[in-house]
Design a protein around this ligand. Structure first.
Ligand code: GTP
Ligand code: CA
Ligand code: CA
Ligand code: MG
Ligand code: MG
Length: 660
């Protein structure tokens, strides 16, 4: 809504423009007036809509055509004044004033016009017969009014209409010829109905109506008023009220009624509360509230946002099978102007046997959007009416901006819940297979995925030391020239090669040397397709040697060519490395230097005793100094902290390497 209103009065000389203004201000008819009144500003608190209002006079005797043009382009609403006892001044409305104004304003942003018939005290008859056809012909005419500056009739009304024409224009809402609401208005009200229909049964019951009323007008409806509203609808249509609640049809009828009775400010209040601007588009400020994200920080949904999204899921999972069928999904996104999730989403998150997005998959996808494109997430939550339903200031209240990653590293702890793993590998090395196994899909299943529905992301939850985290895998396109910052900044790097393809390891070594050798991001080498016979890699060092030279954990065998669902162990390892990148694991036997590592959590527990007795080892880190390496006579490598759990029952990877 506009923050102020500028009303311009135009018309033939001597029709009484200046007198109208003076009468409004002094509440009495001035006998003598100047040609042109000074511009006056009425302060917000004395106007009915509480918006400062400027009133501007025009006089041909004092102003040039250029000055008039300027005033026309500055005006928000123009009153064309004629005198009811002066035929010529009426003719001039259509022959001169309307065309002049239309020429000076562009078609899309036409200013509303008000036809003002002054000096009604001088005649018995009304000019409406002449005026109504003009009004029907020119849709930009918002309203017409007859008044008298002399006996102060309809003066304040005139200015109120003018103000209202700017603040609550009927143009976008209603088509007077068809006597019905315009499609854009109906669409907006349908969305509002759907958002307000909290249980998605197609009816606004008393609770939902009261919530709606409270959100829009800040007061609940009295029980009697609620009944009255329903009775009005009942009287006018058969299916407007159902099970003692308002149907969509009834809801739309009510608004048509408001508008037809000239109470369109009611409909505007509702529309604005739900984020619409004067063109009935969702306002940019509504969809994209300000949210500052400093560099090296990531974005996650907070607890309340997950609760809200859960309620949305429950609302649309009508058959309660914990998955959204295509129809249910379509129903959910009905409040969006477009379908936000394409078929690739089904290959980014977990689905059920039918290939439908499960509850877990649904939450994962929201988490992904929040992480990768928080603006989009804000937009989506806006369509769902997040701020209205949760009674928050804006969607920004749903987002946690995490602490700077550098601080996390320094303090050696993190509150984050979402971690990103970028996967590099030569073309055909099995990256997609790796991503899909994270969603529990083996090779057989993966073959059913259409190329055009493929996703370069996979996200799922994983437990890291008993805490649920989201791990986001991203397949980096193998033919890159330069890597974007997003592809370089992640929490853990996966270098993946195909053990059966002798040329595929070299690619990993190149990527590693070029981008990650000197970075602090932990790296893990994946020996993919481990079900196939191993070929000797065409590279100076074997993968094992390469890893040792560069102090990264040894290659991890992986295959998704299994009958059952692929194992999750590798993803637990990755997630652990991502969550605890600082875990410069040292000696776990008796050196007491394990100040940072995960075993700190376990120090006092029996678990550690078990670990100690079973594994007198140095868990390897590539941040470890040469001295550390040499001093250990016998050491065993495993992928960082994951080892701890690996020993305690998980499958474990161990290599014993002779000291050099
Ligand atoms: N009877 C009657 N006379 C009016 C009314 N309004 C204005 N007049 C008279 O009409 C004459 C013209 O009024 P103005 O207010 O100067 O008209 P204007 O439209 O401002 O004229 P310009 O500034 O020359 O364009 C004056 O003599 C007013 O007293 C009215 O409502 N009734
Ligand atoms: Ca309902
Ligand atoms: Ca379902
Ligand atoms: Mg004047
Ligand atoms: Mg691929």
């Amino acid at each position: 809504m506009r923050k102020d209103v500028r009303i311009l009065l135009v018309g033939e000389p001597k029709v009484g423009k200046t007198s109208l203004i003076m009468s409004l201000v002094s509440e009495e008819f001035p006998d003598v007036v100047p040609y042109r009144a000074e511009e006056i500003t009425i302060p917000a608190d004395v106007t009915p809509e509480r918006v400062p209002t400027h009133i501007v006079d025009y006089s041909e005797a004092e102003q040039t055509d250029e000055q008039l043009d300027q005033e026309i382009s500055k005006a928000n609403v123009i009153c064309i004044v004629y005198s009811v006892n002066n035929k010529k001044s009426i003719e001039k409305v259509t022959s001169h004033w309307i065309p002049l104004i239309n020429e000076r304003t562009d078609k899309d942003s036409r200013v509303p016009l008000i036809l003002v018939g002054n000096k009604s005290d001088l005649v018995e008859h009304s000019s409406m017969e002449t005026i109504l056809p003009i009004m029907n012909q020119h849709t930009e005419i918002e309203t017409c009014v007859e008044c008298s500056a002399k006996n102060l009739k309809n003066i304040s009304e005139l200015f109120y209409y003018a103000q209202k024409a700017v603040l609550h224009p009927t143009g976008p809402l209603y088509c007077p010829e068809q006597k019905e609401m315009k499609p854009a208005c109906i669409r907006a009200l349908m969305r509002i109905f759907k958002v307000s229909d909290l249980d998605n049964d197609g009816i606004l019951n008393d609770n939902e109506l009261n919530f709606f009323q409270r959100t829009c007008f800040n007061t609940p409806l009295a029980p009697q008023a609620l009944e009255d509203v329903k009775n009005v609808v009942r009287k006018n249509m058969t299916d407007g009220v159902c099970d003692n609640g308002l149907t969509l049809k009834g809801f739309l009828f009510l608004h048509t009624l408001f508008i037809q009775r000239g109470r369109h400010e009611t409909t505007w209040t509702v529309l604005r509360r739900f984020g619409y601007d004067d063109d009935l588009e969702l306002h940019q400020d509504y969809l994209f509230p300000l949210l500052k994200i400093p560099p090296d920080c990531t974005t996650e949904l907070n607890h309340n946002a997950y609760l809200f999204l859960q309620s949305v899921f429950d609302k649309y999972d009508k058959d309660r099978d914990c998955a959204l069928s295509p129809e249910e999904l379509k129903d959910l996104f009905d409040v969006f102007p477009y379908m936000p999730w394409g078929p690739d989403v089904n290959n980014t998150v977990c689905t059920n046997e039918q290939g439908w997005i499960t509850y877990q998959g649904y939450m994962s996808q929201w988490t992904l959007t929040t992480y990768l494109d928080v603006q989009r997430c804000l937009e989506y939550l806006g369509y769902l009416g997040y701020s209205i339903i949760t009674e928050q200031e804006s969607q920004a209240a749903s987002i946690t901006v995490t602490r700077d990653k550098k601080v996390d590293l320094q303090k050696k702890q993190t509150q984050r819940c979402v971690f990103r793993c970028n996967i590099f590998g030569a073309s055909g090395s099995g990256k997609t297979g790796f991503l899909q196994s994270f969603l529990g899909r083996n090779l057989m299943h993966q073959r059913t995925i259409k190329e055009e529905h493929k996703s370069y992301y996979a996200i799922n939850t994983i437990y890291v030391y008993g805490q649920e985290k989201y791990l986001l895998l991203h397949e980096v396109f193998s033919d890159f020239d330069v890597l974007s910052d997003a592809e370089l900044s992640c929490d853990v790097v996966c270098l993946l090669y195909d053990i059966s393809n002798p040329g595929s390891f070299e690619y990993c070594t190149k990527v590693f040397k070029q981008y990650f050798m000197d970075s602090k991001i932990p790296c893990l080498m994946i020996a993919a397709k481990s079900d196939l016979p191993e070929a000797r890699q065409q590279y100076a060092a074997s993968p094992m040697e390469f890893c040792r030279q560069h102090r990264i954990p040894p290659p991890q065998a992986f295959t998704c060519n299994t009958a059952a669902t692929p194992s999750k162990d590798i993803f637990v390892k990755l997630a652990t490395m991502a969550v605890y990148p600082h875990a410069r694991l040292r000696c776990m036997c008796s050196c007491n230097r394990c100040t940072f590592c995960l075993c700190q959590n376990l120090l006092n527990s029996e678990l550690l005793q078990t670990v100690k007795s079973k594994l007198y080892t140095v868990v390897f880190s590539r941040h470890m100094s040469q001295a550390d390496v040499k001093s250990s006579a016998f050491w065993l490598r495993a992928s960082m902290g994951a080892t701890l759990f690996a020993v305690l029952g998980f499958a474990m990877y161990r290599v014993v390497i002779r000291p050099r």
